[in-house]
Design a protein around this ligand. Structure first.
Ligand SMILES: Nc1ncnc2c1ncn2[C@@H]1O[C@H](COP(=O)(O)OP(=O)(O)OP(=O)(O)O)[C@@H](O)[C@H]1O
Length: 256
């Protein structure tokens, strides 16, 4: 499902945080939103979901998300926040099962299929051994994978992921990014992630959108966006950019 954002404006605490941001994410593609701290990346995802008031247009497959009931919206688009508030006493299985809420009838209980989908997602994320563990008794990286599991259990055609790899070790970063990519290809998911690791963003996304000061500074294929000069200008960082597999850029820090 195509995600289209046009002229998005958001003001928070009396300050304009997003200024006329537009995005065009074709169905089945992966867009990574990058940019320095405070640029407005998380706000962009939250505004797409309608979690913060905004001006402008947001449609998914041509449908205005604001006009959908929460249940309909939750069957279309899943979101993982950067720092979710987790119920520490809940088990990993029960928390992941919450992703099935849009499919469970009001006042009803989950069915065998909901439990099977939940178990399968936990398996794919290497979390089966943690199913009975309480969320308060997990490491930061384990918790992050559980939050992703809940979103995947929602089985939506669109995924919005805010920093899905932030607390993960390098192996789990790769595992999560590969899993998202496999799901994208097999189930034709449309994926939008914010991500701080620019090389990782460039390895997986079809398109990068660099947000700086609340505006889209550059957008395009990874090699067009991740240039030495753009990284210096917007992140104030000195890097070397070399072409990796498939010409995708690999960044390494250079000491000034
Ligand atoms: N509720 C709020 N009230 C006022 N300002 C806010 C509020 N929420 C966020 N901001 C400000 O909006 C700007 C954009 O924040 P946002 O979280 O979108 O940035 P980000 O690009 O995701 O940053 P990071 O990389 O640090 O996560 C920041 O300057 C932040 O301080």
């Amino acid at each position: 499902m195509t995600v289209l954002v046009q002229g998005l404006d958001v003001a928070l605490g009396g300050r304009r945080v997003l200024k006329g941001v537009s995005l065009d994410v074709p169905a089945g593609s992966w867009t990574a939103v990058i940019g320095p701290n405070g640029a407005g990346k998380s706000t962009l995802l939250r505004a797409v979901l309608g979690l913060v008031p905004s001006k402008g247009e947001v449609t998914v497959a041509g449908v205005d998300l604001g006009k959908l009931k929460p249940r309909q919206r939750a069957r279309m688009i899943a979101y993982t926040p950067q720092s979710p508030n987790l119920p520490v006493g809940m088990t990993v299985f029960d928390y992941t099962l919450l992703g099935r809420s849009p499919y469970i009838p009001h006042l009803g209980r989950e069915g065998a299929r909901d439990r099977a989908v939940t178990a399968e997602v936990l398996d794919r994320l290497d979390l089966t051994a943690f199913a009975a563990r309480r969320l308060g008794h997990l490491s930061g990286g384990e918790r992050q994978r559980v939050v992703l599991a809940r979103a995947l259990a929602q089985q939506t055609p669109v995924l919005l992921l805010d920093e899905p790899t932030a607390a993960l070790d390098i192996g789990h970063q790769q595992q999560v990014m590969e899993l998202i990519d496999r799901l994208r290809l097999s189930d034709e998911l449309t994926v939008v992630t914010t991500i701080h690791d620019l090389t990782l963003a460039g390895q997986y996304a079809d398109r990068l959108v660099l947000i700086s000061g609340g505006r889209v500074a550059v957008a395009g294929e990874p090699a067009q966006v991740l240039t030495r000069s753009a990284v210096e200008e917007h992140f104030d960082a000195r890097v070397r950019v070399t072409p990796g597999a498939g010409g995708r850029p690999v960044l390494s820090l250079e000491r000034p």
